[in-house]
Design a protein around this ligand. Structure first.
Ligand code: SF4
Ligand code: SF4
Length: 610
């Protein structure tokens, strides 16, 4: 049998930084570890501000974030990730903008804390003589405006709809995101000095050229809000609608008449939003969701599928629509589906294959397509600006992800990267704000980093003791309590999730492994007894022969400098696989020569002129 080998790296700043997986996984770099642990220690206000500092839409994200931090969380590889999103909600509902009557008071508190703990961008504006125009008041536009206002600029958002918030206002159903919370965060952003002009459409009320000429810079942050309907026989029948159009009507409180039998075509989160909104409408008796993907391939979050099922949504996998059948008046009667054999080809590309001999007819009075969204870029038609477009008509985006072919004209959110999570749009808006500042000021910004490893930090780590509650590694992830399905379906505004109680939140917070704490090994002291490897409950540590080690150039030259030879002769080393480490500290306690210490990695990143 070939001998097992191990790739070994020497940890550096990047390594320690990426070791805090929840933070690396968050597009805006939220220190989830920090707030989750603060909750476990009962310090909810501290937890809130940790969550809020990098994220102007923290309360919204506490309700609806797709939580890439949870996908990244190290505990997920051990049993189940920490319930980071639900814990964020727990603190936002206690300290978020929504609990302040006076939003000015909230923003003053925010600015005070940002000054001490933030990224150093407050007050860095250079030329504020002209406003910065932002097209679109969705998450990207709002986030960009927030950052620019913090810097000291004068952002003005132009929004074509009657309400701000983009898809948060018009797409995400109120049973997931109460509109008071959305409005509170928008009001807090306005209180920071952002102006929002609602019902103002670029290309109709004001031309893009005019905006460009009268602004220090322009950001296009319009979302993909147009429904896509598959062209097929019968797709223009009465009773066939775009799912996003339906969500928008419901969100704006407009009359909708659908059902009694509803079919939703699509398998993502929007399809579930449509299906679950439909089942809450008067007169609807059945909702069937049909998608080409198998259950495991579906893009919808598993919690959406589960909650949808609890509410009575019937799901049919591996079928795609072939035609829509209408009566003599042109009104939909049923949909014919054909079996989908595979969705992706051998290279993993979307390329569905069907078996037309296996069909399925489903009776329907209403059919919704929820198969993705498209952009309406008609406001760019005949604009007297050299905006380069791609072959598919999208705006060409520069390598920085936000610039365009026109100096001073930027894009963010869906326009920059296609439809993604709300938090991706927030990150993109923040990035655009930095680029706009660099453009206006003519100065580049860079991150200035300070870092340290310490054994002492507010009692969390000392004498090799890491503070975890007893049996923290055995605490199970708890689902967030929800209303019973029958109560939820009463109307579209009844919020499904009840949220954690204090006891639950503190318990769930204590599941965090505290990945900021690392095992630091002192090779000068180590006597290679292997005691740490014996005691480790997760089998992270190994005593291996030097022959089995494969190292990169840095490690090789470090070894040579120290020992004057290649590391491939006889000898042994202790190596560690950090992935499964639960920061229990047992190895450090066991070590007879104090060669291992549990040290907290502290770092701060602030922006400074390059
Ligand atoms: S265990 Fe805690 S620190 Fe580690 S990734 Fe998960 S939330 Fe973050
Ligand atoms: S702290 Fe040490 S003993 Fe505990 S899991 Fe990590 S490597 Fe193993």
């Amino acid at each position: 049998m070939p001998k097992r080998t191990f790739e070994v790296v020497i940890p550096d700043y990047k390594y320690w930084r990426q070791n805090i997986k929840c933070q690396t996984g968050c597009p805006v770099n939220t220190d989830s570890r920090g707030y989750v642990r603060a909750i476990s220690q009962g310090d909810y206000e501290k937890a809130y501000w940790i969550a809020r500092l990098p994220n102007p839409l923290a309360s919204i994200c506490g309700r609806i974030c797709g939580a890439p931090c949870e996908l990244a969380c190290r505990r997920g590889g051990i049993d189940a990730s920490v319930s980071i999103r639900a814990l964020k909600r727990f603190v936002t509902e206690r300290y978020g903008a929504e609990v302040y009557q006076e939003k000015k008071e909230f923003t003053e508190r925010f600015k005070e804390i940002f000054k001490k703990e933030g990224t150093g961008i407050e007050g860095i504006a250079k030329d504020t003589s002209r406003p910065i125009s932002i097209v679109g008041a969705g998450p990207a536009g709002l986030a960009c405006a927030h950052e620019l206002a913090l810097m000291g600029y004068r952002p003005v958002i132009y929004e074509m709809e009657k309400v701000a918030g983009g898809m948060c206002a018009l797409g995400i159903p109120p049973y997931r995101l109460p509109r008071e919370i959305l409005q509170a965060e928008i009001d807090a952003i306005k209180a920071l000095g952002v102006e929002i002009r609602l019902g103002t459409m670029i290309g109709r009320d004001i031309s893009l050229r005019e905006l460009y000429d009268n602004s220090a810079s322009v950001l296009l942050a319009v979302g993909a809000k147009k429904s896509r309907i598959l062209e097929m026989p019968g797709s223009n029948s009465k009773g066939v609608y775009g799912g996003v159009d339906f969500l928008k009507k419901v969100a704006l409180g407009e009359e909708v008449e659908i059902g009694p039998s509803v079919v939703v075509i699509g398998g993502g989160n929007v399809a579930y939003d449509v299906a679950r909104t439909a089942i809450r409408q008067k007169g609807v008796e059945s909702v069937t969701l049909v998608c080409i993907e198998k259950y495991e391939e579906m893009l919808a979050d598993k919690i959406e599928i589960e909650e949808g099922e609890e509410e009575g949504i019937q799901r049919i996998n591996s079928f795609g629509p072939q035609r829509i059948n209408a009566d003599i008046n042109g009104t939909v009667e049923s949909v014919t589906f054909i079996k989908c054999i595979s969705v992706f080809d051998s290279e993993g590309k979307f390329n569905p294959r069907f078996d037309e001999s296996e069909t399925l007819d489903i009776a329907a009075d209403t059919v919704f397509f929820a198969i993705g969204q498209a952009f309406d870029l008609s406001f760019l038609d005949n604009v007297d600006l050299p905006i380069e477009r791609t072959e598919r008509g999208m705006i060409k985006v520069g390598p920085d992800g936000v610039s365009t072919s026109v100096a001073g004209l930027f894009v963010a959110g869906d326009l920059a990267h296609g439809p993604r999570l709300v938090i991706d749009a927030v990150a993109s808006g923040k990035k655009a704000a930095m680029a706009i500042h660099e453009y206006i000021s003519g100065r580049k910004l860079k991150l200035s980093i300070t870092e340290a490893h310490t054994e002492e930090y507010a009692g969390e780590v000392s004498d090799n003791e890491v503070q975890h509650p007893e049996d923290y590694e055995k605490i199970k992830r708890r689902p967030v309590p929800t209303l019973p399905p029958e109560e939820r379906k009463k109307d579209v505004r009844t919020v499904v999730e009840k949220g954690y109680t204090e006891d639950m939140a503190e318990e769930q917070g204590s599941r965090c492994l505290n990945c900021k704490v690392n095992t630091i090994f002192n090779g000068d002291r180590c006597i290679l007894c292997g005691g740490c490897a014996d005691v480790c409950p997760e089998y992270c540590l190994r005593l291996v022969s030097l022959e089995s080690i494969r190292c990169d150039e840095t490690l090789l030259s470090l070894y040579k400098n120290r020992y004057g030879k290649d590391p491939y002769g006889s000898g042994s080393a202790i190596i560690k696989d950090d992935e499964r480490c639960i920061r229990c500290g047992l190895c450090a306690k066991r070590c007879p020569v104090n060669a291992i210490t549990m040290e907290r990695f502290i770092f701060k990143e602030v922006y400074v002129d390059e």
